[in-house]
Each structure stands twice: as C-alpha cells, then as structure tokens.
Ligand binder design. Sequence first.
Ligand SMILES: [Zn+2]
Length: 275
Amino acid sequence: MVLDAHQHTNWHGYDAQRLVGYMDENGIDKAWLLTWEERDGGLTRWYSYLDPYAVEAAWRAYPDRFVPFYAPDPRRPEAVSIVREYARKGFRGYGELKVRIRYDNPDAVYVFRACAEVGWPVLFHLDVPMGPGSPWYGGELEAIENALRKCPETVFIAHGPGWWRYIAEEQDNELGDAYPKGPVVHRGPIWRMLEQYPNLYGDLSAGSGLGALKRQEDGGREFLITFQDKLLYGTDYHDTQHLEHLRSLDLPEEVGEKIFWRNAYKLVPLQEVEG
Ligand SMILES: [Zn+2]
C-alpha cells in the first residue's frame, strides 16, 4: 500500500486520468490532491492557480484514489467559512498552503484553528526569505514555531525547501541556494522541532524532501527511523525518485509502512484500510 501525500491535478500536464495512469504504473494506490490558491499570486511569474473545482472533479471521478484537500487563502475574509463548507462537502485537509505571508499571521491562525475543529491537517509550503525579490512563503522558521504554539490542536505537515534546508545547521547560505546540498554535519533545528511538537509532521515530497535525506551519509535512514511516526511519503511530481530512494534504504518493514501510508491514514482516516 502506498499513499502519495503531496500531489496535484492539472499540474505539469497531468490531468486526473493521466495522474491515475502514473499511479497505476508505479504501484501508488492513493494520493492527497492539494490546491494552490494565493489571492495575489498572479503577480509572480511562477504562480499557477490549482483550484478546488479540479480537485473535486478528480475526486468524484476517482473516489477510491484521491483524497481532496483545499487551502483557501487565509486572507480571504470568508476563509474560515470556506473551510467549514468544504469539510461538510467531504474534503479532508487544508493544503497546500503556499502564500506570501507569515504563517503566524492572525488570519492564518484563525484558519488553522478552524482546521482543528473540522479535523483537517494543515500542509504548508515553506520558503524562507533569502533577500529582496526571493520567492518566500510563510516567513522564517520562527513563524512556524509561533503557529505550532498558537494552534496546539492543529496538525501541521511541513514541506518545501525552507523547511528541509534546516535538516542541517550547514546551509551554504552565502550562495543564497534554496536547495543546500552539503553534508549534514550538525543536525539542524527541525530535528528538535519534530521531537518537541506532537502536532508537527514532515512531508518528504519534492527535491527538498529527497535532498534532505540524501545530504545525510546514511541516506536519511536514521532520521526516518527516529521520526517514523511523523514522516509522510509524497512526490509533488510524477517521478519515482522518492520510491526508489526509500526502498533502497532497507528500512524495517513497519517503518516503511508508516511512511508509505499508515501515518497519512492516521491523520486522515480512510474507510478501507488495505494491507
Ligand atoms: Zn505542491
């Protein structure tokens, strides 16, 4: 059983049908489908609106394969009521949150608390500020700690280069590289945070998640075993790099199961639990 906890539809040329084809080919049973909604996102050239209507249509077409998520921009005055409305509709989580505000912003905090009320985890993208014009999302790590403390009932799932760079103290910061590649010599602050906050999880998707594992001498094996109850397999794309890397590490069977699907099922319980 494999569940991809970070996937999109109408993304990089994959509509729902083509996405199911990719999943079938690679033995991926289910995927969380995430939106990207940023009120003023159109002002950045890399923005692409991933709307809840496409997510809903994909889920209705393939109800056994997709789990629908929607993250309305927290700055919308009606954001909290949208969360409640979509929860009633059958959506299961808030994500992907990728908005150019600090995530301890009061509007975001109200939305996170509403998510706890309806039983939704919050999956966020973090990119820390790296100078003028840099595409930051969420603010510094400090904003995440504030949100964790202000919303202890809310489950947060961390994702993105701004999060995973902190696998190490060493970050090649002088190069301004959002994807540092040097080896992990000293463990960075996310080790402490994953240990300290029971409501914090990590999504291993994309180059950032995989890179954080590969920066470790053992390919991240010890990290994965240490945080086996808090890490989720995901891709964000349509390749098999994460599958191959995780399978190459010869993880204990129960650790693999947790990362590949059990942790996701714990956060978003689905009716049929398959072996
Ligand atoms: Zn994504």
